[in-house]
Ligand binder design. Structure first.
Ligand code: CAA
Length: 247
Protein backbone atom coordinates (compact mmCIF):
# COMPACT_ATOMS: atom_id res chain seq x y z
CA UNK A 1 0.00 0.00 0.00
CA UNK A 2 1.25 3.49 -0.83
CA UNK A 3 1.92 6.02 1.89
CA UNK A 4 -1.25 7.56 3.31
CA UNK A 5 -1.64 11.33 3.01
CA UNK A 6 -2.70 13.25 6.13
CA UNK A 7 -3.98 16.82 5.91
CA UNK A 8 -3.80 18.74 9.18
CA UNK A 9 -5.67 22.06 9.32
CA UNK A 10 -3.97 24.53 11.63
CA UNK A 11 -1.00 22.18 11.43
CA UNK A 12 1.55 24.85 12.28
CA UNK A 13 -0.04 25.64 15.66
CA UNK A 14 1.02 24.17 18.98
CA UNK A 15 -1.18 21.07 18.98
CA UNK A 16 -1.10 20.87 15.17
CA UNK A 17 2.70 20.71 15.09
CA UNK A 18 2.82 17.70 17.38
CA UNK A 19 0.06 16.01 15.38
CA UNK A 20 2.02 16.57 12.15
CA UNK A 21 5.15 15.15 13.72
CA UNK A 22 3.51 12.06 15.17
CA UNK A 23 1.62 11.34 11.93
CA UNK A 24 4.91 11.74 10.06
CA UNK A 25 6.65 9.40 12.48
CA UNK A 26 3.83 6.88 11.95
CA UNK A 27 4.57 6.86 8.20
CA UNK A 28 2.10 9.37 6.79
CA UNK A 29 2.88 11.98 4.17
CA UNK A 30 1.79 15.14 6.00
CA UNK A 31 0.37 18.43 4.73
CA UNK A 32 -0.24 21.29 7.18
CA UNK A 33 -2.39 24.31 6.48
CA UNK A 34 -1.54 27.71 7.93
CA UNK A 35 -3.28 31.09 7.81
CA UNK A 36 -2.35 33.04 4.65
CA UNK A 37 -1.15 35.89 6.90
CA UNK A 38 1.29 33.47 8.52
CA UNK A 39 2.71 32.01 5.30
CA UNK A 40 6.15 33.57 5.83
CA UNK A 41 6.39 32.39 9.43
CA UNK A 42 5.28 28.97 8.24
CA UNK A 43 8.38 28.76 6.03
CA UNK A 44 10.61 28.95 9.11
CA UNK A 45 8.31 26.48 10.85
CA UNK A 46 8.68 24.11 7.90
CA UNK A 47 12.47 24.47 7.95
CA UNK A 48 12.51 23.72 11.70
CA UNK A 49 10.43 20.59 11.17
CA UNK A 50 12.77 19.48 8.38
CA UNK A 51 15.75 19.94 10.64
CA UNK A 52 14.02 17.79 13.24
CA UNK A 53 13.51 15.09 10.59
CA UNK A 54 9.93 15.80 9.50
CA UNK A 55 9.25 16.59 5.86
CA UNK A 56 5.94 18.48 5.96
CA UNK A 57 4.25 20.27 3.06
CA UNK A 58 2.67 23.61 4.02
CA UNK A 59 -0.33 25.11 2.22
CA UNK A 60 -1.67 28.55 3.24
CA UNK A 61 -5.44 28.41 3.54
CA UNK A 62 -8.24 30.63 4.85
CA UNK A 63 -10.37 27.83 6.24
CA UNK A 64 -13.27 30.17 7.00
CA UNK A 65 -13.78 30.57 3.22
CA UNK A 66 -15.14 27.60 1.26
CA UNK A 67 -13.67 28.51 -2.15
CA UNK A 68 -10.28 29.37 -0.66
CA UNK A 69 -10.24 26.03 1.12
CA UNK A 70 -11.20 24.19 -2.06
CA UNK A 71 -8.33 25.90 -3.91
CA UNK A 72 -5.82 25.12 -1.14
CA UNK A 73 -6.85 21.48 -1.07
CA UNK A 74 -6.46 21.28 -4.87
CA UNK A 75 -2.92 22.60 -4.43
CA UNK A 76 -2.24 19.96 -1.77
CA UNK A 77 -3.58 17.22 -4.05
CA UNK A 78 -1.25 18.35 -6.83
CA UNK A 79 1.72 18.21 -4.49
CA UNK A 80 1.10 15.00 -2.55
CA UNK A 81 -2.16 13.44 -3.71
CA UNK A 82 -5.60 13.30 -2.10
CA UNK A 83 -6.06 13.23 1.67
CA UNK A 84 -6.73 9.85 3.27
CA UNK A 85 -6.68 11.35 6.75
CA UNK A 86 -8.08 14.78 7.61
CA UNK A 87 -7.37 16.26 11.02
CA UNK A 88 -9.43 19.38 11.76
CA UNK A 89 -7.36 21.26 14.30
CA UNK A 90 -7.67 24.95 13.35
CA UNK A 91 -9.48 27.00 15.95
CA UNK A 92 -9.50 30.28 17.86
CA UNK A 93 -10.96 31.77 21.03
CA UNK A 94 -12.61 35.17 21.50
CA UNK A 95 -13.66 34.82 25.13
CA UNK A 96 -16.24 37.19 26.64
CA UNK A 97 -19.35 36.70 28.72
CA UNK A 98 -22.44 36.74 26.51
CA UNK A 99 -23.56 40.10 27.83
CA UNK A 100 -20.33 41.59 26.46
CA UNK A 101 -19.86 39.42 23.36
CA UNK A 102 -19.95 41.24 20.02
CA UNK A 103 -21.37 39.73 16.83
CA UNK A 104 -17.80 39.87 15.45
CA UNK A 105 -16.54 37.67 18.31
CA UNK A 106 -19.39 35.24 17.75
CA UNK A 107 -18.95 34.96 13.97
CA UNK A 108 -15.14 34.82 14.07
CA UNK A 109 -15.24 31.77 16.33
CA UNK A 110 -18.04 29.98 14.50
CA UNK A 111 -16.33 30.57 11.15
CA UNK A 112 -12.84 29.55 12.27
CA UNK A 113 -13.86 26.59 14.42
CA UNK A 114 -17.00 25.14 12.81
CA UNK A 115 -17.34 26.45 9.25
CA UNK A 116 -13.71 25.39 8.78
CA UNK A 117 -14.63 21.80 9.60
CA UNK A 118 -17.33 21.81 6.93
CA UNK A 119 -15.10 23.59 4.42
CA UNK A 120 -12.18 21.20 4.80
CA UNK A 121 -14.18 18.00 5.15
CA UNK A 122 -16.56 18.79 2.29
CA UNK A 123 -13.54 19.17 0.00
CA UNK A 124 -12.04 15.75 0.80
CA UNK A 125 -15.04 13.57 1.55
CA UNK A 126 -15.99 12.50 -1.96
CA UNK A 127 -12.49 11.20 -2.66
CA UNK A 128 -12.47 9.26 0.60
CA UNK A 129 -15.85 7.67 -0.12
CA UNK A 130 -14.85 6.84 -3.70
CA UNK A 131 -11.55 5.25 -2.64
CA UNK A 132 -13.13 3.37 0.27
CA UNK A 133 -10.82 4.72 2.95
CA UNK A 134 -10.94 7.84 5.10
CA UNK A 135 -10.24 9.02 8.62
CA UNK A 136 -11.77 12.36 9.64
CA UNK A 137 -10.58 13.39 13.09
CA UNK A 138 -11.81 16.68 14.50
CA UNK A 139 -10.39 18.42 17.54
CA UNK A 140 -13.18 19.71 19.75
CA UNK A 141 -12.79 20.67 23.42
CA UNK A 142 -13.78 19.81 26.96
CA UNK A 143 -15.68 23.09 26.82
CA UNK A 144 -17.86 21.77 24.02
CA UNK A 145 -18.91 19.07 26.51
CA UNK A 146 -19.34 21.01 29.75
CA UNK A 147 -19.48 24.68 28.71
CA UNK A 148 -17.29 27.41 30.19
CA UNK A 149 -18.03 30.87 31.56
CA UNK A 150 -17.01 33.32 28.82
CA UNK A 151 -17.15 30.84 25.95
CA UNK A 152 -20.70 30.66 24.55
CA UNK A 153 -19.22 31.10 21.07
CA UNK A 154 -16.38 28.60 21.50
CA UNK A 155 -18.49 26.00 23.32
CA UNK A 156 -21.21 26.22 20.65
CA UNK A 157 -18.63 25.72 17.89
CA UNK A 158 -16.96 22.80 19.66
CA UNK A 159 -20.24 21.06 20.53
CA UNK A 160 -21.25 21.57 16.90
CA UNK A 161 -18.14 19.71 15.79
CA UNK A 162 -19.25 16.55 17.52
CA UNK A 163 -22.75 16.75 16.03
CA UNK A 164 -21.05 16.99 12.64
CA UNK A 165 -18.88 13.98 13.48
CA UNK A 166 -21.80 11.76 14.51
CA UNK A 167 -23.70 12.50 11.30
CA UNK A 168 -20.65 12.04 9.09
CA UNK A 169 -19.84 8.77 10.86
CA UNK A 170 -23.19 7.39 9.72
CA UNK A 171 -22.64 8.57 6.15
CA UNK A 172 -19.11 7.16 5.91
CA UNK A 173 -19.29 3.88 7.78
CA UNK A 174 -20.10 1.59 4.86
CA UNK A 175 -17.19 3.02 2.88
CA UNK A 176 -14.58 2.65 5.64
CA UNK A 177 -14.61 6.40 6.22
CA UNK A 178 -14.61 6.95 9.96
CA UNK A 179 -15.31 10.23 11.72
CA UNK A 180 -14.29 10.86 15.31
CA UNK A 181 -13.92 13.76 17.70
CA UNK A 182 -11.19 14.29 20.26
CA UNK A 183 -12.06 16.61 23.14
CA UNK A 184 -8.88 17.92 24.75
CA UNK A 185 -8.91 19.49 28.17
CA UNK A 186 -6.63 22.41 28.94
CA UNK A 187 -3.38 21.92 27.02
CA UNK A 188 -0.07 23.78 27.42
CA UNK A 189 -0.42 26.29 24.58
CA UNK A 190 -0.59 30.03 23.86
CA UNK A 191 -4.41 29.70 23.83
CA UNK A 192 -4.49 28.48 27.41
CA UNK A 193 -1.69 30.86 28.43
CA UNK A 194 -3.96 33.71 27.29
CA UNK A 195 -6.41 32.88 30.09
CA UNK A 196 -5.84 35.29 33.00
CA UNK A 197 -3.32 33.76 35.43
CA UNK A 198 -5.72 33.64 38.38
CA UNK A 199 -8.46 31.94 36.33
CA UNK A 200 -5.91 29.49 34.86
CA UNK A 201 -4.71 28.45 38.31
CA UNK A 202 -8.32 27.86 39.39
CA UNK A 203 -8.82 25.66 36.33
CA UNK A 204 -5.64 23.62 36.90
CA UNK A 205 -6.78 23.01 40.49
CA UNK A 206 -9.84 21.22 39.06
CA UNK A 207 -7.80 18.72 36.99
CA UNK A 208 -7.43 15.39 38.84
CA UNK A 209 -4.21 14.61 36.96
CA UNK A 210 -2.91 17.92 38.41
CA UNK A 211 -1.25 19.23 35.28
CA UNK A 212 -2.11 20.81 31.96
CA UNK A 213 -2.23 18.45 29.03
CA UNK A 214 0.57 18.29 26.49
CA UNK A 215 0.18 18.43 22.70
CA UNK A 216 1.61 14.89 22.58
CA UNK A 217 -1.31 13.66 24.71
CA UNK A 218 -3.61 14.66 21.84
CA UNK A 219 -1.38 13.61 18.96
CA UNK A 220 -1.10 10.01 20.16
CA UNK A 221 -4.90 9.66 19.98
CA UNK A 222 -4.92 11.14 16.48
CA UNK A 223 -2.38 8.56 15.31
CA UNK A 224 -4.43 5.80 16.96
CA UNK A 225 -7.64 6.89 15.18
CA UNK A 226 -5.87 7.36 11.84
CA UNK A 227 -4.67 3.77 11.72
CA UNK A 228 -5.83 1.26 9.11
CA UNK A 229 -7.20 -1.06 11.78
CA UNK A 230 -9.12 1.63 13.70
CA UNK A 231 -12.08 1.21 11.34
CA UNK A 232 -14.48 -0.05 14.02
CA UNK A 233 -14.17 3.20 15.98
CA UNK A 234 -16.47 5.80 14.48
CA UNK A 235 -18.74 8.54 15.81
CA UNK A 236 -16.80 8.58 19.09
CA UNK A 237 -15.88 11.59 21.17
CA UNK A 238 -12.67 10.77 23.01
CA UNK A 239 -11.88 12.94 26.04
CA UNK A 240 -8.20 13.66 26.74
CA UNK A 241 -8.47 15.90 29.75
CA UNK A 242 -6.65 14.44 32.78
CA UNK A 243 -9.98 13.54 34.40
CA UNK A 244 -11.20 17.17 34.33
CA UNK A 245 -14.59 16.17 32.91
CA UNK A 246 -16.07 12.66 32.80
CA UNK A 247 -19.27 11.85 30.96
N1 CAA B 1 -18.24 31.42 37.09
C1 CAA B 1 -19.12 32.26 37.64
N2 CAA B 1 -18.95 33.57 37.65
C2 CAA B 1 -17.85 34.07 37.09
C3 CAA B 1 -16.90 33.24 36.48
C4 CAA B 1 -17.11 31.86 36.51
N3 CAA B 1 -16.24 30.99 35.97
N4 CAA B 1 -15.92 34.02 35.99
C5 CAA B 1 -16.25 35.30 36.27
N5 CAA B 1 -17.42 35.32 36.95
C6 CAA B 1 -18.13 36.49 37.47
C7 CAA B 1 -17.18 37.46 38.13
O1 CAA B 1 -16.96 37.09 39.47
C8 CAA B 1 -17.92 38.77 38.02
O2 CAA B 1 -18.96 38.81 38.95
P1 CAA B 1 -19.51 40.22 39.52
O3 CAA B 1 -20.04 40.97 38.35
O4 CAA B 1 -20.55 39.80 40.50
O5 CAA B 1 -18.30 40.87 40.13
C9 CAA B 1 -18.55 38.62 36.65
O6 CAA B 1 -18.67 37.22 36.38
C10 CAA B 1 -17.66 39.25 35.60
O7 CAA B 1 -18.26 39.09 34.37
P2 CAA B 1 -17.60 39.80 33.12
O8 CAA B 1 -18.49 39.62 31.96
O9 CAA B 1 -17.28 41.23 33.48
O10 CAA B 1 -16.27 38.96 32.97
P3 CAA B 1 -14.85 39.51 32.63
O11 CAA B 1 -14.94 40.47 31.49
O12 CAA B 1 -14.17 39.93 33.86
O13 CAA B 1 -14.05 38.20 32.14
C11 CAA B 1 -13.74 36.17 30.91
C12 CAA B 1 -14.73 37.08 31.66
C13 CAA B 1 -13.07 36.94 29.76
C14 CAA B 1 -14.52 35.07 30.31
C15 CAA B 1 -12.65 35.66 31.87
O14 CAA B 1 -13.29 35.14 33.02
C16 CAA B 1 -11.85 34.54 31.26
O15 CAA B 1 -10.97 34.77 30.43
N6 CAA B 1 -12.14 33.30 31.65
C17 CAA B 1 -11.47 32.10 31.12
C18 CAA B 1 -12.29 31.48 30.03
C19 CAA B 1 -11.63 30.17 29.62
O16 CAA B 1 -11.49 29.24 30.39
N7 CAA B 1 -11.24 30.10 28.37
C20 CAA B 1 -10.60 28.89 27.88
C21 CAA B 1 -9.52 29.29 26.91
S1 CAA B 1 -8.49 27.91 26.46
C22 CAA B 1 -9.46 27.03 25.46
O17 CAA B 1 -10.54 27.39 25.10
C23 CAA B 1 -8.90 25.71 25.01
C24 CAA B 1 -9.79 24.61 25.37
O18 CAA B 1 -10.39 24.02 24.47
C25 CAA B 1 -9.93 24.21 26.75
Amino acid sequence: MSQRVALVTGGTGTIGTEICRQLGAAGHRVVATCLPAEADAAKSWQAAQKQAGYDIVVVPCDLADFEATAAAIRTAVQQVGPADVLVNVAGITRDASLRKMTPEQWHAVIQSNLDSVFNATRNVIEGMLDRGFGRVISISSINGQKGQFGQTNYSASKAGIHGFTMSLAQEGARKNVTANTISPGYIESPMVNAVPEEVRQQIIAQIPRARLGRPADIARVVVFLAAEDADFITGANIPVNGGHYMS
